[in-house]
Ligand binder design. Sequence first.
Ligand code: THU
Length: 130
Amino acid sequence: MEELVEKAREALKNAYAPYSKFRVGAAVLTKSGKIYTGVNVENASYGLTVCAERVAVFKAVSEGDRDIVAVAVVVDSDEPAAPCGACRQVIAEFNPDALVIMATADKRKVITANLRDLFPSPFRGDKLKS
Ligand code: THU
């Protein structure tokens, strides 16, 4: 888990956050043992911004690696930040019980949670009509 936080921290340098100046790095661990990193990517058309967690999840899934075990989120701030609702829903698609690790870049504060506690009622594909 320390390695996962470290990878997310290393990714921070690539965050593209010229508007909010709030840099976020994420790292996703899959069952295969591989780690995929992501950063927030902002846009002049603000609403097009994508969070670090979703970038990391989409990288894993686009490599065919869907069994998400844990997601680390590191912020360049004094307090850890929990994934936004959209990211919780996206992570839950692949593992509603994923371990979520939230840390500050200086690693002084690290909080862990089960996604189920952060996001108890995800929308599931089985609700869709066949
Ligand atoms: N952000 C993330 O990357 N992950 C989160 O969980 C919360 C917010 C980004 C989006 C935007 O670039 C900046 O942080 C401020 O909201």
